[in-house]
Design a protein around this ligand. Structure first.
Ligand code: NAG
Ligand code: NAG
Ligand code: NAG
Ligand code: NAG
Length: 945
């Protein structure tokens, strides 16, 4: 190392003298300081590149009037050293630009000096984002700041589905500056950082071992390493020793180390075997290849005693930086360059005494405007830092690495660069990246966490419930082990079995096995927050105010809060029960239709000249009822008309259905119990000032108090039998009128106390029972998924059968729906039918009747005419007219007003009036039957019906 440094110093002197010699030949010197840790890998690589860069630049631009004269200083990895070197360069050498320093911590002070003296400070290694060009106007970053890669790291973490990571970083400006940006971006994608491991620079390998042991006891298995290569080497070698480079672990190395991966010692690279890394992507070019060859040769010349080293991106950035500065210096020129001396200069170390470079801002502007394609790719400092480029994600394998994919700000992760966006979008859940070989030579993507942390078992908090079907806890007398049984336990164990990985667990008792209620469930759940347990299981209701300190899995039971109330028979079987089968509306409807049908039949019979229906009103009424009820007799004996028969048949159908429905309903009312809850909702209880019960220790108490129940009216009970006793004694006898409880318990209670109780409600929604885990526990989503898988399948039915099923043949679980009275609506169809039949028959009968009458008169008129003719002949034969001629005329007159068609006949008749006396004789023989023979045949039939 000492020899190496001497050689470098010698080289520097040579460079300085060479430039100085050549300055006489028309070109002017531009003094440029270079501050690097010459002992570091980056320093060594950069110095060789810088020398080559100067040579290449002035070989290409021989006619330039300016020439950079480098003053190379070694900061010896020390902030104070770097600062004093910078002061020296500024005060005594009048440097116009400083390249470096290497470390972010060094850069803070030096860029302040630069700002004061108007000297641009161009660093290609100080990556801490705390160095902001906003506060440091003369600071230029010829590299990316560390926050540029955080999105790339976050995308990678997302791609592999990790939910927790632990950053391990060095306790320097470089390390600390990066962390807030990393955590910000991880928070955005909901990745937790449960712990940060800070490694001081002065750490011993003992301490690193200690820290790594600590990390091993934690759940997280994904680490982000952000530190200098020297520290990283120690860390990884120790991690390998401790077995942290084995299956289950994942390591991501930031670009600080990965950018140097080719230059690191193979044994160091080997210790990082199977880690992922993120580094700056350099496109391959022939220039780069040529340069690499030349660089290798030159490096060997510069460092003859060192083993060969590979060029890294820092060498390329330093090369490009020299080109940018040399170009800028030429553009600014040498005209009128002065270092204006401040007026007072008392002490040589007085910072006030710094001279201000007159062309500083101009030079800075030119450096920022330099845009060209350099060896590192596009070199553009206009943002005061390199424009963000592409990151390459690599997988370190053995002594080398292979490419996993790329990340760009526009396209995110992709397997290939310039892959079209649609191609990356359509990819499935798996990341579109080349396969990775994970630590332990595994190809399985690490889960990212271990549950529980290595060597420990998952501590499952359990407590006995008042309902042992849900959970019952026992202590083994001999071994003292805690045993739990019940539905909650079975679902939990079944869910754990379905996790894609094995989770060893042990039950830890809360309270004592017999104690079912003394400490509340809130308290029980709170133990998770206190880290007493990793998870608590049992009949734990998912409640809003419990989610403040724990997370819940999805529920595994039904949900809701309901009332249990005694039932009583709602139908009193008294004198008037025979009225109950039909509603009053139905009774009324039936009576109205009964009367209507009777009236219709009566009318039909009346129209049909039924002898039976003529008579006093009391007789008619009797017949009407008789008709309506006894169709058969009517049909045979009294009713002769077709229409009334139809009406009667429809009515009979109606009666048949009605009577059988009535009978059935009445039977069921008399035999089946009509159970009704004594209380229908909670307001009723509240208004009545009744006592209500709840399960001791449950949150229902608070709920009831919120509802406005008096404290003295809320009574706690422990077991289903207590509830039963309290409910059966009733509110007035120091018992309760209702029990407020959660639906899963109520079902259980009703299964055991089938007789005499029912459930009313649910009155409130509740989320059901779930398991509580500490906030952010990575198991949560997996267990929830597993619970959904259990509850959605046959397994849940089996478990329910096992714990609840055997008593579940109770009928009155759930709301009661007794047989109710028959309503008018139930029979609407029949009413319409019979109504329509009666009404239409009546209408038809009326029409026929009208038509018939009209025809009768027409027939009579025709008969008149015939008789008139006959009379005429009789007159001639002197036969005297006889009979009921007057009656016929009379009838004829009655019909006159009815039809218009009669009018010609009227005139005719008028003329016939004269011969009245003549016609009388012939009608003597012309009785009703003789007239019929001359009439129409249809009339004959109508008459005979
Ligand atoms: C100085 O100039 C001479 C020729 O004038 C040239 O050979 C040599 O390479 C130059 N040195 C540097 C450092 O540019
Ligand atoms: C760091 O880089 C990012 C992305 O290139 C940029 O947005 C941010 O402003 C930079 N921060 C500082 C302090 O330079
Ligand atoms: C949650 O709310 C209930 C009432 O609704 C109350 O009794 C209980 O104490 C609350 N728990 C906490 C932890 O606030
Ligand atoms: C449970 O998971 C298995 C395996 O993934 C799956 O085949 C099954 O359909 C799931 N059952 C339910 C109810 O989701």
């Amino acid at each position: 190392m000492v020899i190496g440094n001497r050689i470098i110093l010698l080289l520097l002197l040579l460079a300085e003298t060479a430039v100085a010699q050549n300055s006489s030949g028309g070109t002017q010197e531009v003094h440029v300081g270079v501050i690097l840790d010459l002992g570091s890998l980056v320093g060594k690589i950069a110095i060789t590149s810088i020398t080559l860069a100067l040579e290449d630049f002035y070989a290409e631009h021989q006619n330039y009037s300016t020439k950079l004269l480098l003053h190379i200083r070694d900061s010896k990895n020390d902030d104070v050293q770097a600062a004093s070197q910078a002061l020296d360069l500024l005060e005594n050498y009048n440097v116009e630009t400083i390249i470096g320093p290497e470390k972010s911590s060094q850069a803070i002070f030096i860029s302040d000096l630069g700002a004061k003296s108007h000297v641009p400070i161009v660093s290609f290694t100080a990556t801490s984002p705390t160095l902001s060009p906003r506060n440091l106007p003369y600071f230029v970053r010829a590299t990316l700041n560390d926050s540029a890669q955080v999105s790339c790291i976050a995308s990678t973490i997302m791609a592999y589905g990790w939910r927790m990571v632990v950053p391990i970083y060095e306790d320097t400006e470089y390390g600390r500056g990066f962390i807030p940006y990393l955590i910000d971006v991880l928070q955005e994608v909901n990745v937790q950082v449960p712990y940060r491991s800070v490694i001081p620079l002065s750490v011993t390998s003992e301490q690193i071992t200690q820290e790594l042991y600590k990390l091993m006891t934690m759940q997280t298995r994904v680490y982000i390493v952000h530190m200098s290569s020297a520290l990283a080497s120690t860390l990884f070698i120790k991690a390998k020793e401790l077995g942290m480079m084995e299956k289950g672990y994942a390591w991501i190395i930031t670009d600080g180390v990965t950018n140097l991966i080719d230059s690191l010692h193979p044994s160091v690279v080997e210790s990082m075997n199977c880690a992922l890394g993120v580094h700056f992507y350099v496109p391959v070019s022939t220039e780069l290849n040529n340069f690499t060859t030349r660089w290798n040769v030159r490096y060997q010349i510069d460092n003859p005693t060192d083993p060969p080293l590979k060029l890294s991106i820092f060498g390329l950035w330093s090369y490009d930086t020299i080109w940018a500065i040399a170009q800028a210096a030429e553009k600014v020129g040498r005209a009128n360059v002065t270092f204006r001396k401040p007026i007072s200069k008392q002490k040589p170390t007085d910072l006030e005494a710094l001279e201000t470079f007159s062309h500083g801002s101009e030079l800075l502007k030119e450096i920022l405007q330099a845009k060209f394609i350099g060896l590192s790719g596009r070199f553009d400092l206009s943002d005061r830092q390199l424009a963000v480029s592409t990151f390459q994600i690599i997988n370190i394998i053995g002594r080398g690495w292979r490419e996993i994919g790329f990340w760009t700000a526009q396209n995110g992760l992709s397997r290939k660069l310039n892959q079209s966006q649609s191609a990356t979008k359509k990819s499935s859940l798996l990341p579109d990246l080349n396969p990775v070989i994970w630590p332990g030579e595994s190809i399985e993507i690490p889960r990212g966490f271990e549950v529980p942390a290595s060597g420990k078992k998952l501590r499952v908090g359990v407590r006995s419930s008042g309902y042992q079907q849900f959970i019952k806890v026992e202590k083994d007398q001999i071994t003292g082990a805690t045993k739990a049984t019940g539905l909650s336990v079975d679902v939990f164990e079944e869910a754990l079995k379905r996790l894609p990985y094995a989770v060893p667990y042990e039950y830890v008792l809360f309270g004592s096995p017999e104690d079912t209620s003394s400490r509340s469930y809130d308290d029980f759940v709170y133990q998770v927050y206190l880290k007493e347990y990793d998870i608590v299981i049992g009949d734990i209701t998912i409640r809003y105010n419990r989610t403040f300190y724990t997370d819940f899995t999805v529920p595994y039971t039904e949900s809701g809060i309901a009332l249990v109330v005694p039932v009583r028979d709602s139908v009193n079987k008294n004198t008037w029960i025979f009225l109950k089968p039909l509603t009053p509306g139905m009774w009324l409807g039936s009576i109205v239709f009964f009367i209507y049908t009777g009236v219709v039949v009566l009318s039909l019979e009346f129209l049909g000249n039924n002898e039976n229906v003529r008579g006093p009103i009391s007789k008619q009424l009797g017949i009407m009822i008789f008709f309506a009820l006894f169709e058969k007799i009517v049909a045979e004996e009294i009713v002769e008309r077709f229409l009334s028969r139809i009406v009667m048949i429809v009515w009979l159908c109606f009666l048949l259905v009605l009577t059988s429905s009535y009978t059935a309903n009445l039977t069921s009312m008399l035999t089946v119990q009509q159970l009704q809850p004594t209380v229908n909702d909670i307001q009723e209880l509240l208004k009545g000032g009744e006592n209500v019960g709840y399960h001791r220790g449950s949150y229902i108490k608070g709920l009831l108090e919120e509802l406005g129940f008096d404290r003295s009216r809320i009574k706690p009970y422990d077991t289903p039998d207590d509830f039963h006793n309290a409910l059966s004694s009733g509110s007035s006898n120091d018992g309760i009128a209702a029990l407020v409880h959660e639906v899963p318990y109520i079902k259980l209670f009703l299964a055991n106390h089938c007789e005499g109780y029912t459930m009313v409600g649910p009155i409130y929604k509740a989320a059901g029972f779930g398991y509580a885990l500490a906030k952010g526990n990575p198991l949560l989503s997996d267990i929830s998924k597993a619970i959904l898988n259990v509850t959605g399948g046959d397994a849940m039915i089996q478990i329910e059968k096992k714990w609840m099923g055997y008593q579940n043949d109770c009928k009155n679980v759930g709301p009661i729906t007794g047989s109710s009275s028959l309503t008018f609506d139930n029979f609407r169809g029949l009413f319409i039918l019979t109504g329509a039949a009666s009404t239409s028959s009546l209408l038809i009968a009326l029409i026929i009747h009208t038509y018939k009458k009209q025809h009768k008169s027409t027939t009579v008129t025709q008969a008149d005419n015939q008789q008139v003719q006959r009379n005429r002949t009789n007159e001639e034969n002197n036969v005297p007219p006889e009979g009921n001629q007057g009656a016929v005329i009379e009838e004829h007159d009655n019909l006159r007003g009815d039809t218009e068609e009669n009018s010609p006949l009227k005139e005719h008749n008028g003329s016939e009036q004269v011969s009245d006396s003549n016609t009388r004789t012939s009608t003597d023989v012309c009785d009703g039957s003789s007239v019929i023979h001359t009439g129409e045949p249809s009339t004959v039939q109508a008459e005979s019906i």
